[in-house]
Design a protein around this ligand. Structure first.
Ligand code: SF4
Length: 373
């Protein structure tokens, strides 16, 4: 097994998700869950079928509550350290599906405080500006303005802080150190921060004046925070939030997750369409050294970044995905054509998204909640 590392601030190497389930102590999304999901909602979404969302905590519990007529609230978020890339959209799109399917309100947290504390080069002003920019992407995905509350920690701090201090009082430094690996060089803001990330999990209950079940769809790297949240919940008299975890969209370089630190292998929602196309045409593939050899031996979709893009986002039709895989492996399709096809799909997605993103600027007031307006 190749070495990999998954923390809330750093994901490196080729992630072994089965191993992560063991390490983090989460549950896999198994056949039982899928069958139940289908019974309740009528179908199984692509993200669950393909194990893009692959792991959970207490999903059966939240479905029990739902079936007993107790509605749940969704909570997710974003660390606004830069522009949104399409890997970020994946869990948000699934969250949108959850909102539509379960008629669930959504609390969306922008952890601009955390990104300011973590990233040396990021100013407070920049972090807040990215909160705004990233919110445009969230809104562009079509969330319901009547049921979606987007807030930045730095703008909603009065509301969140009153919950966060109650959480903080129940977390010792040694717990924080054990969960997050802090050392003596960690600034004290980061040590406190996990309590701010816990706060929205309890906010719906605080606002309703009674316990409200909360489901957190998020990328698996954030699990350490919510482990802490779940430990503290009963001490404060709240339900433990349930969670459903997704994998990371691989980078165009192939092996690791799409990352803002390597812009040439990452597609941003703000990328010029021509630039995005160029990035895809330069992607790592599972192709052979020559066309002749590829016709003879076929490609290797298992290691191909382009194939992963189809798998994760750009080929919803399972039969068509299988057919592409077959054609690749039998040498019937060459990488050039395959990449061009993906580039077209990404380009048209970006064009549509950017149009909606631009309009989102006028609608931001319908979504954002703040203690200062
Ligand atoms: Fe990847 Fe497509 Fe080439 Fe196969 S043909 S290796 S799927 S780019």
């Amino acid at each position: 097994n190749e070495e990999f590392k998954v923390t809330p601030w750093d994901v490196t190497g080729k992630v072994d998700y089965a191993k992560l389930i063991e390490e983090f102590g989460t549950e896999p999304i198994d056949e039982g869950i899928l069958t139940r999901w289908k019974r309740i909602t009528g179908s199984i979404p692509m993200a669950l079928q393909r194990k893009i969302f692959f792991s959970h905590r207490d999903l059966n519990w939240i479905l029990d509550r739902y079936e007993q007529g107790e509605k749940f609230v969704l909570y997710t978020g974003r660390g606004p350290s830069g522009h949104t890339h399409i890997g970020h959209l994946m869990p948000w799109m699934f969250t949108k599906y959850l909102q539509d399917t379960f008629d669930a309100p959504l609390y969306f947290q922008m952890t601009d405080d955390e990104k300011f504390l973590y990233k040396d080069s990021l100013s407070l002003k920049e972090a807040m500006a990215f909160s705004y920019e990233n919110a445009l992407d969230v809104i562009a995905l079509g969330f319901d303005p009547k049921k979606t509350y987007i807030f930045s920690d730095l703008e909603y701090n009065k509301t969140l802080y009153r919950i966060a201090v109650q959480v903080a009082k129940r977390i010792t430094f040694s717990t924080a150190k054990a969960v997050f690996g802090f050392d003596s060089s960690t600034n004290i803001g980061l040590i406190f921060f996990t309590s701010m990330q816990s706060a929205p999990a309890f906010l719906p209950s605080v606002q309703a004046g009674k316990n409200v079940p909360v489901l957190i769809p998020h990328a698996i790297d954030q699990d350490p925070h919510f482990r802490v949240t779940r430990d503290v919940a009963p001490k404060l008299g709240y339900y433990k939030p349930a969670a459903i975890h997704c994998t990371f969209l691989p980078s165009l370089a192939g092996s690791d997750k799409m990352s803002a630190s390597r812009p040439e292998t990452t597609i941003y929602t703000t990328d010029d369409v021509k630039v995005a196309r160029k990035k895809i045409l330069g992607a790592f593939t599972g192709g052979r050294v020559s066309v002749e050899e590829q016709k003879k031996l076929g490609g290797v979709p298992g290691v191909c970044a382009v194939f992963q893009y189809y798998y994760y986002l750009f080929e919803e039709d399972g039969a068509k995905l299988k057919e592409r895989e077959r054609k690749c492996m039998s040498g019937e399709i060459m990488c050039g054509e395959c990449k061009l096809d993906l580039a077209d799909r990404v380009a048209s997605f970006l064009e549509r998204h950017q149009e909606k993103r631009e309009k989102a600027g006028d609608r931001i007031k319908d979504f954002v909640v703040s203690d200062y307006s």
